[in-house]
Design a protein around this ligand. Sequence first.
Ligand SMILES: NC(=O)c1ccc[n+]([C@@H]2O[C@H](COP(=O)([O-])OP(=O)(O)OC[C@H]3O[C@@H](n4cnc5c(N)ncnc54)[C@H](O)[C@@H]3O)[C@@H](O)[C@H]2O)c1
Length: 451
Amino acid sequence: MSETATKGGAKATNDIKDIKLADEGRRRTEWAERSMPVLRHIRERFARERPLTGKRLAACLHVTTETANLAVTLQAGGADVALCASNPLSTQDDVAAHLVRDHGIKVFAIKGEDHATYYEHIRAALAHRADITMDDGADLVGALHMIALNRLDDLAPPVRKWVETLSAADRKALVAGVIGSTEETTTGVIRLKAMAKDGVLQFPVIAVNDSLTKHLFDNRYGTGQSTLDGIIRATNLLIAGSTVVVAGYGWCGRGFAMRARGAGANVIVTEIDPMKALEAQMDGYRVATMEAAAPVGDLFVTLTGNVEVIRVEHMKAMKDGAVVANSGHFNVEIDLEGLKKVATGPVRVREFVEEFQLAGKKIFVLGDGRLINLAAAEGHPASVMDMSFANQALAAEYVVNNAKKLGKEVSRIPADLDQEIARLKLQSMGVAIDTLTAAQRKYLASWDMGT
Ligand SMILES: NC(=O)c1ccc[n+]([C@@H]2O[C@H](COP(=O)([O-])OP(=O)(O)OC[C@H]3O[C@@H](n4cnc5c(N)ncnc54)[C@H](O)[C@@H]3O)[C@@H](O)[C@H]2O)c1
């Protein structure tokens, strides 16, 4: 039985802002679908083959137009889908309404939901008793593991209270029922690999982020463009001629630095990894410590997946009017708690912009330090999510087909599926590439042919 949310004591199959927004959500989801030909290809095959028939799937993802297209693809494959948000600010309420009204998908997500509601929605997704879970940041899997390890004090209150009502057998079944899980983002994958290393991982996980057709494009070009988009929408600042400090030169940081430079900024990169720092230096950026960059930057953006990258001592040293934002997964990269203790404010000066007074200066924090591309803009463009979500759909199918073979470890989808996604994407773009000739194949496989 698929239990759902309880609202006002009665069971509900959704908790969304307003069903009347569905028309707008449908139009925008269809617009995104135009840029998602690889996912469309998979959806058409899923509709014919129904590889997910009879499977309950709980997804904790940003509820955007692109996710709507993934949810519909999974449903076309036969899955019974429940969806909650992986961030309190990233839900597009019209999309949630469209999924509920036009597809009967169980959606529990409201943009701007408070902490308790966010976890009530996670609870509702857990109560779907999924065979497969899909995460962006490991919130569902994290909760399932706290249940499995009987660490109920580590659960958020709405989840803990519900779990306490379940029998021991029921709790066990909740976790044992999961045949596999998929994870979208770097931060989630890091956590899951840590669980596997500690020997506590309860079921197989497919790290979608580890596919080349995911992180090479989504993290780099998707985050690059949408982070700049979010910052511009939130502030309407001119990027040209400003000094932008980019913390982290991983896939996301590289993409954002590239786009900020393209918009005319002087970019400074901060890093802790000598290889990445060297790469940034050779890519032509200035590399410095955060301490050195703090007094010169106009805009600071963290993309590290780490905690307290921008601290109070840095913010104290910043120029009057400096703007600080985060595009890493969690809102822990900027020490907002520390800032709140020493600064006056916040004062909301426009949507997504909060002013703090510190050391006689004003510092502006965007989107509560949460993923700015999802808080103030629409997340990644559909064309790039096409590949990420093609990976998600194929990973769900892979979990079903290989459930008995997969161990309790973190792995990726096979390289040939990854290659196939790239091939389909190129095909949709009308880009042809060469194929190896017989002589070339022989040469590449040999060690004794001519030099
Ligand atoms: N905004 C989005 O939509 C979006 C999309 C994809 C990933 N993410 C998230 O963005 C974060 C980064 O992802 P990624 O794929 O680029 O990871 P990555 O591992 O490729 O890069 C992270 C980089 O940050 C550096 N770093 C760590 N601590 C640092 C510190 N204190 N100062 C400076 N640099 C530091 C690391 O050395 C590394 O080079 C993760 O939290 C990920 O989940 C966000």
